[in-house]
Design a protein around this ligand. Sequence first.
Ligand code: FES
Ligand code: FES
Length: 163
Amino acid sequence: MTQIAMTVNGRAVSADVEPRTLLVQFLRENLLLTGTHVGCDTSQCGACVVHLDGAAVKSCTMLAVQADGHAVTTIEGIADGATLHPMQEAFREHHGLQCGFCTPGMIMTALDLVAHHGADLDEPTIRAHLDGNLCRCTGYHNIVKAVEAGAKSMGSALKHAAE
Ligand code: FES
Ligand code: FES
């Protein structure tokens, strides 16, 4: 067993884990943060995407020990109390989810997209950036609309904050 310590959704956590423990297992089984999902065993589906120090990573493809000393954010950490994050709100508003299994990963990838490309996104950019996230239900179209709208409202929230 190896001792690890990290910050998850702003909270300091530590645990003894086996070195082979995947980050997604650690999040789900040790911390009971079960929003992050496992949809494959070949690193393709993206249902497991979380942020490591602000960047999107597939947590099925990282060991928990590799996150030692880092900051992890999961889907459980992005709402502000009972107020949804603008990207969550946009997925609801634009019907960007059905079964909801891909949604945590989709939203965490979408936030990474906004961090890298800003709030004004066109459809090709969104589709290209989401190619690491598979969805069985929606046909992607409403996800693209949701991400575009979510990014815009994140942009105007930032503008308001700066005023
Ligand atoms: S579980 Fe499919 S990419 Fe991680
Ligand atoms: S909403 Fe079901 S997999 Fe995307």
